[in-house]
Design a protein around this ligand. Sequence first.
Ligand code: RUQ
Ligand code: CUA
Length: 659
Amino acid sequence: MKKIKLIGLTVCAILFSLTACKPKGAKSAVTGNAAEKVYVAPGEYDEFYSFTSGGFSGQIAVYGIPSGRLIKVLPVFSQDPETGWGYSEESKPMFNTSYGFVPWGDQHHLSLSQTNGELDGRWLFANENNTPRVARLDLTTFTTAEIIEIPNSAGNHSSPFITDNTEYVVAGTRFSVPFEDEDGDIPISSYGENFSGAITFIKVDPESGRMAIDFQMKTPPVNYDLSHTGKGPSSGWFFFSTYNTEKAYTLLEVNASQRDKDFILAVNWKKAAELAASGKGRKVKANYAHNVYDADTHTATSTMMDEVLVLDIDELVEAGVVYYMPCPKSPHGADVDPTGKYIVGSGKLASLIPVFSFEKMIKAIEDENYEGHFDGIPVLNYDAVLHGEVQKPGLGPLHTEFDNDGNAYTSFFVSSEVVKWNVETLEVIDRQPTYYSTGHLTVAGGDTSKPYGKYLVAWNKISKDRYLPTGPELGQSAQLFDISGDKMELLLDFPLVGEPHYAQMIAADKIMDTQKRIYDINANSSPYVTKSEEDTKIVRNGNRVDIYMTLIRTHITPDNIEGIQLGDEVYFHVTNLEQDWDLPHGFAVMGNNNAELLVLPGQTRTLKWIPNKVGIIPFYCTDFCSALHQEMQGYVRVSPKGSNVPLRYGTGDNAPSME
Ligand code: RUQ
Ligand code: CUA
């Protein structure tokens, strides 16, 4: 016990003192023409979109690179009052889970869809860490199209990583927990016997992008941290970093930092998929939500699923699907170089970076060159699978990305720097300080078979003194480097919304011309659509009142409504009749215990309102849509329950008072 404590203290002391060390000389690191390189003149476009995770904001931010300008925040896992995401009736089902309505998420990693290992600009996948879920966004509308919950998991961190043709999205659990079909009401100290890890394989429909859980692998109880798919020669494999092979369940900072090496789990996913398809495995009870947003009905539906196919570890071992590669000290990133020949593991507490050779791994598997077994899974001999180690790269390596010239770039949290090294020779070529404590880094296209190179962004966890101070809470920060030369050149700092984890960049010209500009009102098949002002109506059914409204510059139809009573449940079904780009209208009702609606051209959105005061309640358009935006407003008269004020409504000549 004493010894454990001591080790713990040392580890903490090192981490602590080193987070506090801050590089000097930021200004001198910026050379004369940096400004020119990041200046995107008014009216011009950035070269890249950067999709950046929002961490505990639950959303995704889109920045232009190289300018660092924030272009948009995309609502995904958290309710967003600005757009009504999660507040409108149509979008609420997207937040459904086996735990009920969950209005917030923790969003860490992103994967842009790929074809042949290159970004194809169709979809963006995003994980949710806290209540395990994976989302798919449609990149023609930049909106969340689908969210699937991951059962038998807890902390969906090692996710969403995709195969090189987007056949599968994987989700590895951070916490091991008892499976749902097992008794979970057990002592935590029975971790070793009763807890399991899970890796989930979600199949992606190649046409629609629709996700469906194909199978899960039930594994020993370790923590999965990150992953990457193989490519080229290693296509067909996945590599998952694992920590806590100590199987600790308390004070992990000490107890999960005992072993010299944890593992990278190599998974032959093609073989696993064949096993699942061939009828192997067993169906297990598991509840999870599958939420789909329909772009024509403008409505989300949530379906509860109740079963999942599970492959157990013995059948996976027998079929040669899973092997462990020992990896020093609690590996975080597991990154595959563009050639697909090398796998880089980054041990958070290691003082070197091991680079594994895929070819050697296959040889070691063929030779059964094992160091032993861990819970039945063969552990390959470290030296047999090692390409080599990068010596003294820095402290606290986390993540590695690549350019197209054989170089790797690794982020260092503790020593606060990015380090460039050669993948073949393992020599360190350059290092640049970052401000401060970089988590992920992104090279443009840097996890694909064909990186663009050119730019690197360090996503920093701490901004400290980089911007004007804002009280106790300071935002996070990014730093842009030009990596086109031998030496990395710092160009720009920019502050971020949310907390950055991973981000991916795609060339702007890949997706800027595929953008949808409006929703075709004729294709709107919402059950609550109103396609012209003549069709507006109010339908009372007991205490439920459905108001079918339209918005167009610059009036609301109807804008005078009488006959609403206390005790009513009112639904405003609002259709935006505009068919012009960039012409949303908003809709808000005074005192509503809800947010506004943002209704895009051709779209229908529903706002629920339970009036709770007798009197006149105004409503108006919230989005400045034209010169007469301030005129875009109306009134509801709310009467006591059982009042004999008749239901009357209209706008202008049709207004009740004009009758
Ligand atoms: S993590 S800062 Cu959640 Cu991707 Cu490494
Ligand atoms: Cu419509 Cu302002």
